[in-house]
Ligand binder design. Structure first.
Ligand code: RB5
Length: 144
């Protein structure tokens, strides 16, 4: 189960990603917005809560650049949000960082690339091993 959220800057791209998820049969919860002007930290909070509660496995967050919403998500304890504009980053943030949120910029990338990024992000498993130690160190930074 995937939680997906956007602000007004990411709304058009979210519609494309939602259509893609539906076509692939991926279940998701749409946490808004519906095109109206909203503040991206509020959407980040509402969407990430679904992951932290265990209701969803991962989040997809979209704003105009992907930057604001990723900054907000990464302030939330337990979230590892990765802003991706390419396929390689999406793959390796899963393999090495165990990212639990994918952030994209709706005014930056097109729907075709975004959907490929979504696919690789959702299909790639965390590699563990030495990377688990590093991810644990990220978690420890939350305590300081
Ligand atoms: C909204 O206009 C825009 O600032 C927002 O979508 C995002 O790009 C912020 O980082």
């Amino acid at each position: 189960m995937i939680a997906i959220g956007c602000d007004h800057g990411g709304y058009e791209l979210k519609l494309e990603v939602v259509k893609h998820l539906e076509e692939k049969g991926v279940q998701f919860i749409d946490c808004g917005c519906n095109g109206e002007a909203v503040d991206y930290p509020d959407v980040a909070e509402a969407t990430c809560k679904k992951v932290l509660s265990g209701e969803c496995d991962k989040a997809i967050l979209i704003c105009g650049t992907g930057i604001g919403i990723s900054m907000a998500a990464n302030k939330i304890k337990g979230m590892r949000a990765a802003l991706c504009g390419d396929w390689y980053s999406a793959k390796y943030t899963r393999l090495h960082n165990d990212a639990n949120a994918l952030c994209m910029g709706g005014r930056v990338i097109g729907a075709g690339l975004a959907c490929e990024i979504v696919d690789v992000f959702l299909e790639t498993e965390f590699e563990g091993g030495r990377h688990a130690r590093r991810v644990e160190k990220i978690t420890k930074l939350e305590e300081n």
